[in-house]
Structure formats: structure tokens, C-alpha cells
Design a protein around this ligand. Structure first.
Ligand code: SF4
Length: 361
């Protein structure tokens, strides 16, 4: 099978669609991806039209904002209420905590600010005389940036509330959920540039399902789906690179070194899934002075992730699509979101609302 070097090529798209049709199994086959950018490309370009009836392609826990648990948002709000300036990415502002969101906290008078990067938080801290806390969310792609600011002589009034997560461990955990019925993964191109294809192996090779890294152009995604189906037909599951122009086996050693220097792995909670062993990061002891959880000695009530009527836990685990939620596009819209999947720009509900979802394609 040739590689999709040309990005907008109707002939190649037709050839890939034919290959997918020929390789498609007769029995239902569920491919899950874990990347909001993939969902955006799939939905916006109507790629599900290219898939045979038996092949389903769903988003799992690929939106970092959506998988941030209420517990972490409660901590961020408590820190802001304690008088610190709390800064984080804009998408986090409206994600619900147990009772309130960061946006609500800002309305209550707390100093909560949206920043574009971790280094913006450093700039804020250098100008301030009080505590500035960076609420650090995201996967292996954003963790190196948080690590970098902590290795670059940060001001003493800066600390970090770490909520970074690791994708391969979540992919493995999803396979063990009741009713998950996942047959293959389309692995995320962005994360894979950091961890390389070998980053999936410790967690997923023994699970014996196809895992193909895909890029973000429509042809990249169709190509990755074809590779997945070919692995399935050949009964030869493996971690395979379908995005070789950006991803290699070993990933980005410099980014990995930043992560390893600053973080150790930790058991963390994912919204919709629960606690996954070794699936997150905590600051190493040498950097504990910059750990917001230590600096603010938080002691909060038990968090509450569930939102009545919201099916985000099912959407985040690829056990439902947004339109299966009775609130979708009725009580829950991007202007008035109820669950995190409608808040985050990479959330499945938000993307399906904006671009039509599967039914409208
Ligand atoms: S439509 Fe809204 S309430 Fe329903 S699952 Fe999505 S975010 Fe939750």
C-alpha cells in the first residue's frame, strides 16, 4: 500500500476508500481514536461516509479538557479562592467542577486568567508579588512545555497544579471497561511525535489489537484506517506508523528528557474512566517547592464528576456518540454547555454540534 504523500488527491482518496471497502470485516469492527484533532478532521470532512457499515470510528478520551476530573478543577478553584492568580488554557474555564467552574470562580471575584502557554504564566508571576499558579493540563504534547518552565529558573511565586496525562495508559484501560468492545486504535499523531511508536508498546502490544498512528489530513486518516483493516485481515496486530512524515519509532528525545527530568509517573483520575495507574505525572521531589498542591495544602470534600443526564462518561470512553445523549443540541450546546465534552473545542459533543456529526453527513 502506498503512502499518502499528497494531501488533497481525489484519486488517492477513492483508492483508499476502495481498499477500506475491500478490507472491511463482515462483522462489526470498532476503531477508536483518542484525539480531538482527529475527530475534527473526521467530522468536518465527512470521512465516516467512506467507511463501510460494519466499521465504526469513534472518539475516546482524546480531549484533554474533557478528561480533566472535577477533583482537579475543585483544587484550582480552591487555590484561586485562597488569593492566588490561577491561570490555565482558555478551554478549561467553563469545564464543570463538582459545583462550580473556573469561570464561575472568576465571576465570584477570583483572579482566574486564560493564558496561551505555560511561559505566559511565568511572565505573570514575574510581574506579580503574590502567588501565581499554572493549572497544567494536556497530554504528552504539553507536558514538555510545563517541564521547560520549571527548568528555566522560575520565579519563587510560581507554582504548578499538575493535571497532565499519558495517553497509552488510558488506551489500555479503556479496553478493560465493560462494553468497550474496541477492535483497534487510530493512535494520535501529535502525542506520537513525542513518544514515538515505541511509546505504546509497554501498554498495548500484549493486548493484540491493531494500533496505527495517523496524521490529520483526510488522506492520512483514511490511510491509517486501511492499515488497521489490513492488520485485522492478516491477523497480524502491531503498532504501526501511518504518519511517517512526522512520527518515528523513538519520538522526540529532547521532549522526553524534559518530561523525565521534571516528572515522575503517578496514578491519576480521568473523568469518565476513574483512576488509571501510572497514567499521569507528578513533580519530582527536587521540584516540590513548585508543587501547588503542597504550597496550598488543599483539603477538599470528595469530588463529584457526575452531571445528571449527561452522557460524557460514555462519550469519553467511546461507548456512546454525542447524539445518543438526550441533552445534545437541546439543553446542551456550546453556548450553554452542560458537560465537558460540549465545552472543550476538542470534545466530541462540541465538534458534532459544530460540524454535524455522523447522522448529518
Ligand atoms: S451533549 Fe452535553 S450533556 Fe450530553 S454528553 Fe455531551 S456534553 Fe454531556
Amino acid at each position: 500500500m502506498t503512502r499518502p504523500f499528497r494531501l488533497s488527491d481525489p484519486k488517492r482518496a477513492r483508492a483508499l476508500a476502495d481498499a477500506i471497502r475491500i478490507l472491511a470485516p463482515v462483522a462489526p469492527f470498532k476503531i477508536v481514536h483518542v484525539c480531538g484533532t482527529h475527530e475534527m478532521a473526521i467530522t468536518r470532512n465527512g470521512l465516516r461516509r467512506f467507511l463501510p457499515e460494519t466499521v465504526d470510528l469513534l472518539e475516546g478520551p482524546g480531549c484533554p479538557v474533557c478528561v480533566t476530573p472535577a477533583a482537579d478543577i475543585d483544587e484550582a478553584i480552591a487555590i484561586a479562592r485562597a488569593g492566588a492568580t490561577l491561570c490555565t488554557f482558555g478551554d478549561m474555564m467553563r469545564v464543570p467542577g463538582s459545583e462550580r467552574s473556573l469561570d464561575n470562580a472568576r465571576s465570584d471575584g477570583c483572579d482566574v486568567r486564560a493564558v496561551l502557554s505555560a511561559s505566559d504564566a511565568v511572565d505573570l508571576a514575574r510581574e506579580a508579588k503574590h502567588d501565581v499558579v499554572f493549572f497544567a493540563v494536556g497530554f504528552e504534547t504539553t507536558a514538555p512545555m510545563t517541564a521547560a518552565i520549571l527548568l528555566d529558573d522560575p520565579p519563587a511565586n510560581l507554582s504548578v497544579l499538575v493535571s497532565h496525562k499519558q495517553i497509552p495508559q488510558a488506551m489500555a484501560a479503556l479496553l478493560d471497561l465493560p462494553d468497550s468492545r474496541i477492535d483497534a486504535y487510530l493512535a494520535p499523531g501529535h502525542v506520537s511525535t513525542i513518544i514515538g511508536t515505541r511509546g505504546y508498546e509497554p501498554w498495548l502490544v500484549k493486548r493484540r489489537i491493531p494500533i496505527v498512528v495517523g496524521g490529520f489530513e483526510p488522506l492520512d486518516i483514511l490511510y491509517a484506517v486501511a492499515l488497521i483493516l489490513r492488520q485485522h485481515q492478516d491477523a497480524a496486530p502491531a503498532v504501526e506508523n501511518g504518519y511517517p512524515r512526522a512520527v518515528d519509532t523513538h519520538g522526540n528525545p529532547a521532549a522526553q528528557a524534559l518530561i523525565d527530568t521534571v516528572f515522575e509517573t503517578a496514578d491519576v483520575r480521568w473523568r469518565g474512566i476513574g483512576c488509571i495507574p501510572d497514567s499521569g505525572y507528578a513533580l519530582r521531589a527536587a521540584l516540590e517547592a513548585f508543587d501547588a498542591r503542597r504550597r496550598f495544602s488543599l483539603d477538599l470534600p470528595e469530588p463529584r464528576d457526575e452531571i445528571p443526564g449527561c452522557r460524557c462518561p460514555d462519550v469519553l470512553t467511546a461507548r456512546a456518540v454525542p447524539t445518543e445523549c438526550p441533552l445534545f443540541a437541546k439543553r446542551c450546546t456550546p453556548l450553554s454547555p452542560i458537560g465537558p465534552c460540549m465545552v472543550g473545542s476538542e470534545g466530541a459533543c462540541s465538534i458534532w454540534f459544530r460540524y454535524g456529526g455522523r447522522e448529518a453527513l
